[in-house]
Design a protein around this ligand. Structure first.
Ligand SMILES: O=C(O)c1cccc(O)c1O
Ligand SMILES: [Fe+2]
Length: 285
């Protein structure tokens, strides 16, 4: 069993690094923590970075998860290799570019590039954006899955993810007590489906809604409330068509092992209690 602790960052390729930085700062509300040649790093909480845009194709993506020890990282590499997932061990330069002490990269069964990382840096300094979006931190990713049942088994049998709830066949999965850190949505091709940041309160959702509208940013879903995590949410479109989500009030699961995953409809009512309907391809039949 590969024991993961949390999702730690996303890396997103873009052909317009300056445009992506402008959006991340002025719309999303992140803080630039560092600029390097061909890469810009963003903070959303006390961690060194939780998002990195790199010069490259929009299909050059990775989602990273923290693993507990060097021994666990070696074991994970052997397990993945044994399952037929070619594993790349991060070089010193690649580790430096990620602010981690070690990592391996492989593709999940759908083909999503995944990194398992050791000792990601934190700063002991809280984040503050120039725009007050009320962000409290990077919280989860949605990944596209070409076969959610198969990929759920990968995350739950090979790794330590537990299913908190399902919407249709889309599992929302946790590593700790937060309702979900990774979710899989059926789609015809792999890719990061959405990136979630938690915000402090309902006020932040509505303040952002006005800000997105004033800047002609497409709002694709919400405001609404997820019946699954009970979080209030807002989705919008960022650089290269990426979907970003703000949410507030995601529930925690503390009654382990008594919690049983619940089944919700793969229909607007399974995604929103307030009657909002998604304009997001992977959230529709
Ligand atoms: O928070 C949730 O429960 C949730 C449900 C459906 C889709 C999502 O992106 C979510 O974050
Ligand atoms: Fe989400």
């Amino acid at each position: 069993m590969i024991d993961l602790m949390d999702v730690v960052y996303c890396r997103l390729g873009t052909r317009d690094l300056a445009g992506a930085e402008w959006f991340a700062v002025n719309i999303l509300g992140l803080e630039v923590s560092e600029r390097r040649r061909g890469a810009v790093y963003f903070k959303s909480d006390a961690r060194a970075h939780t998002l990195c845009y790199v010069e490259g194709g929009a299909d050059q993506q990775a989602t990273a998860f923290e693993i507990g020890s060097a021994a666990d990282l070696d074991r994970a590499a052997a397990v993945l290799d044994g399952l037929g997932h070619p594993v790349h061990a991060g070089t010193a330069d690649e580790c430096d570019a990620r602010h981690v002490r070690g990592f391996i990269r492989f593709n999940d069964p759908s083909g999503n590039p995944i990194e398992f990382v050791l000792r990601p840096e934190t700063t002991g300094r809280r984040y503050h954006g120039t725009r007050d979006a009320g962000i409290t931190g990077f919280s989860h990713v949605g990944l596209c899955s070409t076969d959610p049942a198969r990929d759920e088994l990968f995350w739950t049998e090979v790794c330590n993810a537990r299913v908190s709830d399902r919407i249709g066949d889309a599992p929302l999965m946790r590593f700790g007590t937060i309702h979900h850190s990774v979710a899989l949505f059926p789609f015809h091709q792999p890719g990061i489906q959405h990136i979630n940041h938690q915000v402090q309160a309902t006020d932040d959702i509505h303040r952002s809604l006005a800000h997105l509208r004033a800047n002609q940013v497409p709002v694709t879903f919400g405001p609404g409330r997820h019946p699954t995590s009970s979080a209030q949410f807002l989705y919008f479109t960022g650089p290269d068509g990426m979907t970003f989500e703000y949410s507030t009030g995601v529930c925690e699961i503390h009654d382990e092992p008594l919690w049983r995953d619940r089944q919700f409809h793969f229909a607007p009512k399974g995604f929103c209690q307030w009657g909002s309907a998604p304009k997001i391809a992977a959230f529709k039949d």
